[in-house]
Design a protein around this ligand. Structure first.
Ligand code: FAD
Length: 277
């Protein structure tokens, strides 16, 4: 896709290349300490002509925005509009009415606009107002595990800090390290314990300092001294699926997808890993 948009070269030259993965597990001699158990090639030969790369989402958005602005349509995103309601009339030339609240600096201005359309495509994320408005809901487990994530500038004696590294400790949880593009920052995905870290999660009192303390517990006997935090968050990984991605009535649904030899089946999706979304 990025090559088609003419963005691949820039992306590949700017991104962190994930060529190898290091694995760390409890040392059998002393399980309180982690030890490296392997280092493998990340992507099998022949999978793609492109390397496996990692780049900040803000950069991805900038690439796409710049490409749109340079394209024939000179398209620009409209910021500061929040879809508050989506109504679908049974018929008409523009049966969908979307109510938009105007927002400035995170505050509603009180101004409301409405847009009439033939179709509306909902790209409004996990808590989609569009999905709710067509009566669909996510089914499945919303909260399987909680992870803290932060991009940090740090001083550490952990030897694989510039390598994608998966660390499983004996009883302190798991840590995933992914170096950031640019050569300085590193992203830490830190597993929070559903029991030990429950108070912190329930009270929503997670801080970067607390996340750094958990990372240090996992990395023992190595230590990481976080000097600066570029960005951080806490998020829950669940596996949920919407039964349907549109509001086409059952009687209008094709029993067979065009060009397909098997009947249409609900989409399925694999469980998410924190490093693969
Ligand atoms: C911490 C974290 C790390 C992740 N890491 C990775 C990763 O490394 N690799 C990966 O592939 N995935 C990763 N993911 C998952 C990935 O970010 C999501 O799967 C992906 O962004 C979903 O895309 P989306 O377009 O459906 O929704 P989103 O990216 O959430 O976009 C929805 C957009 O709609 C807007 N919006 C929402 N409601 C409204 C409304 N009512 N009106 C107007 N606008 C609205 C939001 O502001 C947002 O801009 C990560 C997620 C998190 C939280």
């Amino acid at each position: 896709m990025f090559e088609a948009f003419g963005l691949a070269d820039q992306l590949v030259s700017e991104a962190y290349w994930v060529n190898e993965v290091g694995f760390w597990r409890p040392d059998p001699e002393d399980p309180s300490r982690i030890t490296r158990t392997g280092r493998i090639q990340d992507v099998e030969d022949g999978l793609s002509e492109f390397p496996h790369v990692i780049v900040n989402q803000a950069r991805m958005l900038a690439y796409l925005r710049d490409s749109m602005a340079r394209s024939a349509s000179r398209l620009e995103p409209c910021y500061g509009l929040q879809a508050a309601d989506v109504q679908v009339a049974p018929d008409g030339k523009a049966p969908v009415t979307v109510t938009l609240r105007h927002v400035a600096d995170g505050q509603e201005t009180g101004e409301i606009s409405t847009v009439r359309a033939r179709y509306v495509v909902g790209c409004d994320g996990a808590r989609s107002a569009v999905r709710t408005s067509i009566g669909q809901e996510l089914v499945g487990d919303a909260m399987n595990s909680s992870w803290g994530v932060m991009d940090v500038l740090a001083v550490t004696d952990f030897p694989d800090i510039r390598l994608k590294a998966v660390v499983h400790s004996a009883d302190q949880g798991s840590l995933l390290i992914i170096p950031r593009e640019g050569g300085y920052l590193v992203r830490l995905y830190i597993e929070l314990d559903q029991v030990r870290d429950r108070d912190m999660l329930d009270a929503r009192s997670v801080t970067p300092e607390k996340l750094a303390a958990v990372a240090n517990r996992i990395l023992h006997p190595y230590a990481i001294d976080v000097k600066s935090v570029g960005w951080w968050s806490v998020y829950e990984i669940g596996q949920r699926l919407c039964r349907k991605f549109d509001d086409v009535p059952a009687e209008e649904m094709p029993t067979q997808l065009p060009g397909s030899s098997s009947p249409a089946t609900p989409a399925t999706r694999t469980a998410r890993r924190p490093d693969r979304g």
